[in-house]
Design a protein around this ligand. Structure first.
Ligand SMILES: NC(=O)c1ccc[n+]([C@@H]2O[C@H](COP(=O)([O-])OP(=O)(O)OC[C@H]3O[C@@H](n4cnc5c(N)ncnc54)[C@H](OP(=O)(O)O)[C@@H]3O)[C@@H](O)[C@H]2O)c1
Length: 318
């Protein structure tokens, strides 16, 4: 059985490495990849109501429908995590009426009668977090969701939310080139017994060493709008990746595996969700579980990629 980890203190257990489905196109290869991942022992599939090829047209639910299709007859193998709260035109929303409408839409699109882990995708500045979490707690009572999470929430909001109903997980960007979470959020999660789900754990693919030039990104690739992939920032950041590649070679693993093994070494309740369309890469990424990092290795990684080393903001233009 694939190694498992506890996520939070509410009883949820997931595979140590999971699968992000955000960038999967709605096709048979994606279904094949999800099936293959589940068969390899991956349990948690991470989606959101807004993921999908038609988001820019204001249409939600595309990626959830893909996940739902893949889970037909395989519900028992999966822990399904989805999110609400980022709207196309109105900014983040977390008011009770919006949540009630969103959860029913996600359940419909996924074809499920409950969601395992339901996250608020971004905090809503216009709705007190107590009201948002209170509504999510009602969904737990109704059996529509099992566990509650927040995404990209600051430490103070996490505390307030957890006081209303225990949180199971917080999802935020965390990787060798995005370590901001270590300052305030991670200590609070450890104190309160909340799991951390690092998103973009491979730096949106950059840390795998497969992207060598800006031109390697297809013309319609969203990463072209991310400062870290542009101009001088790209040149500086690729130097870090080449050091990660060298170290991975010495360890006999790939840069993706080294990056994921480093994340897993940052805490017992950390379960990354690398995204890939390809089953061979799911397999490669799970290989991170066989990589042992010694104290010397961790010190070397710290030297190569200390906090704040990446050039450019981690946020894109949209
Ligand atoms: N909460 C949030 O706000 C938020 C934001 C962003 C993402 N997420 C979640 O986090 C998940 C992962 O994040 P992400 O997709 O942004 O970034 P990521 O996991 O850091 O990187 C994904 C990219 O890396 C490539 N890749 C994956 N494994 C590889 C390997 N072994 N070798 C070479 N390339 C590899 C993938 O390409 P291929 O597909 O071609 O393999 C893809 O382009 C998403 O699916 C989503 O569920 C959440």
């Amino acid at each position: 059985m694939l190694q498992r980890r506890k996520l939070g203190n509410q009883g949820l257990e997931v595979s140590a490495i999971n699968l992000g489905t955000m960038m999967m196109p709605d096709n048979d290869e994606s279904v094949h990849t999800i099936h293959g991942a589940l068969d390899l022992g991956v349990t948690m599939l991470d989606t959101a109501d807004l993921y999908g090829e038609e988001f820019m047209l204001g249409r939600f639910g595309g990626n959830e429908k893909l996940v739902g299709r893949a889970l037909k007859d395989r519900r028992h193998q999966a822990i399904v995590a989805t999110k609400f709260g980022v709207t196309h035109a109105q900014g983040p929303k977390g008011d009770p009426a919006y949540i009630k409408k969103s959860v029913d839409a996600s359940l419909y699109n996924l074809g499920l009668d409950y969601i395992d882990l339901y996250y608020q995708h971004r905090p809503d500045p216009n709705t007190p977090i107590e009201e948002t979490i209170g509504t999510m707690a009602d969904l737990v009572k109704q059996g529509k969701i099992r566990y509650i999470g927040l995404s990209e929430a600051p430490a103070d909001l996490i505390r307030r939310a957890h006081a209303v109903h225990p949180l199971t997980a917080v999802q935020t960007e965390y990787s060798l080139w995005s370590r901001e979470v270590e300052d305030e959020v991670l200590p609070v999660l450890n104190e309160l017994g909340i799991g951390l789900v690092p998103y973009s754990p491979l730096g949106r693919g950059f840390l795998t060493g497969q992207i060598k030039t800006y031109e390697d990104l297809p013309e319609d690739d969203y990463r072209r709008y991310y400062p870290r992939f542009q101009g001088e920032n790209f040149t500086k950041n690729i130097e870090i990746v080449s050091l990660i590649e060298q170290m991975a070679m010495q360890k006999g693993c790939t840069p993706a595996q080294l990056s994921l093994a480093w994340l897993l070494a940052q805490g017992e309740q950390i379960t990354p969700i690398p995204g890939t369309k390809r089953l061979d890469r799911v397999q490669e990424n799970l290989g991170a579980l066989q990589v042992t990092l010694t104290a010397d290795d961790l010190a070397e990684i710290e030297r190569i990629s200390p906090k704040g080393v990446a050039a450019g903001s981690r946020f894109g233009a949209f």
